[in-house]
Design a protein around this ligand. Structure first.
Ligand code: SF4
Length: 371
């Protein structure tokens, strides 16, 4: 029997009474309930590899809702790979500011250049070749290969991981469970419609098989789901106990010049938040030394420590940042390696989120947080 363009599998009952998951049932559900996303091709249309790639890079570690406005902005400004490759990196970093994980923006730009120069502006169409591009890891390569080029590739994102872990009641905890989840997902692939099947599993995880309170009653795989039969779907995927990073501390120095300029500098190109803009700040360390902190101030001034701290969570550690404020007269020179930026233009700088919080904490007018 053929459903949604895919031959359905003969249903077999497992010892727990579940039936074999039917890829055709999921595709039929997808044909009716697919999410309309700006980077998705309409049914019957070919997906644009540039749009698929751009969205997949932006969606790494970020939600669909947060990505929407950034995707629209990038596409309007750089409608194809050639225009993005020709853009100055600084412009790309500025447009990216606020999306976080800034290495992605640098890799995005590097990848555009490689595709433009080494691949004549066309994305390679195999998973293996896609993996050689900057910023394109195993998941992203598989997703682009399946969605943009209809290749048989197994892409496992967080949504798919959850669906498979529940469907098959995978007992191993993440990250050790990844190999089994991949094997199970691979076994489920239909004979065609690889891109749709991948996106169908993403959509099922995002809209039905949600982390909390999965809507099993409307799930196309309800009769096949081992976790649903057991009644403990929410406990999958199993997770190993989390190791929290140790708290780090730092200080930022916000210097206002009386003619409405603020002192900033560019972080080194390599390392955390590389190439981004910051107000002068100390390194982030595990110890606080309030007495010594003013030794790191960028210039001599009457410093005032602001009450409270800025709290921020990086991937590997939480941060508490104290903020010091000082004013200097108009005409004051910027220390070596630093520059003055008119306050009204601060929002155009490539400020990472932690620095947005710092300038907001300092109560600067026209800062990005108040835009
Ligand atoms: Fe997820 Fe429930 Fe569907 Fe199982 S039946 S895949 S737990 S929504």
């Amino acid at each position: 029997m053929t459903v949604a363009g895919v031959t359905t599998r003969k249903k077999r009952a497992a010892p727990d009474g579940t039936l074999a998951p039917d890829p055709g049932a999921l595709l039929a559900w997808y044909d009716r309930h697919r999410r309309r996303l700006p980077w998705r091709a309409m049914p019957g249309d070919r997906a644009d590899p540039y749009r698929v790639w751009l969205s997949e890079i932006m969606l790494q570690q970020t939600t669909v809702k947060a990505v929407g406005p950034y995707y629209a902005k990038f596409l309007e400004r750089w409608p194809d790979i050639e225009s993005l490759a020709a853009a100055p990196l600084d412009d790309v970093l500025k447009a990216w500011a606020g999306l976080g994980y800034y290495a992605r923006a640098r890799n995005l730009h590097a990848c555009a250049k490689v595709v433009s120069v080494e691949h004549s502006g066309r994305f390679p169409d195999s998973e293996e070749a896609l993996r050689t591009l900057p910023g394109v890891g195993a998941y992203t390569a598989a997703a682009i290969a399946a969605i943009a080029f209809e290749r048989r590739a197994v892409a496992i994102d967080g949504n798919i991981e959850r669906v498979i872990a529940r469907l098959c009641a995978v007992e191993a905890a993440l990250p050790a469970a990844k190999a089994e989840i991949r094997r199970r997902a691979d076994a489920l692939m239909p004979a065609r419609r690889f891109g749709d099947f991948t996106q169908a599993m993403m959509d099922l995880g995002a809209t039905v098989c949600t982390p909390k309170k999965p809507a099993c009653g409307i799930c196309p795989w309800v009769d096949a789901c081992a976790a649903r039969v057991r009644g403990d779907a929410e406990t999958f995927p199993r997770k190993a106990p989390k190791i929290e990073g140790k708290m780090r501390y730092g200080a930022s120095f916000v210097v206002m010049r009386s003619d409405g300029h603020v002192l900033v500098r560019t972080r080194p190109a390599k390392g955390l938040l590389g190439g981004m803009t910051e107000v002068p700040s100390t390194a982030w360390t595990h110890h606080v030394d309030d007495e010594a902190v003013l030794r790191h101030a960028p210039l001599k001034a009457k410093w005032r420590r602001l009450p409270g701290v800025v709290e921020h969570g990086f991937t590997h550690f939480p941060l508490q940042q104290t903020v010091y404020l000082a004013s200097v007269p108009a005409g004051s020179k910027a220390p070596a390696g630093m520059r003055w930026v008119p306050l009204a233009q601060l929002h155009g700088e490539a400020l990472p989120n932690v620095m947005r919080k710092v300038v907001a904490h300092a109560g600067l007018e026209n800062h990005p947080g108040k835009a």
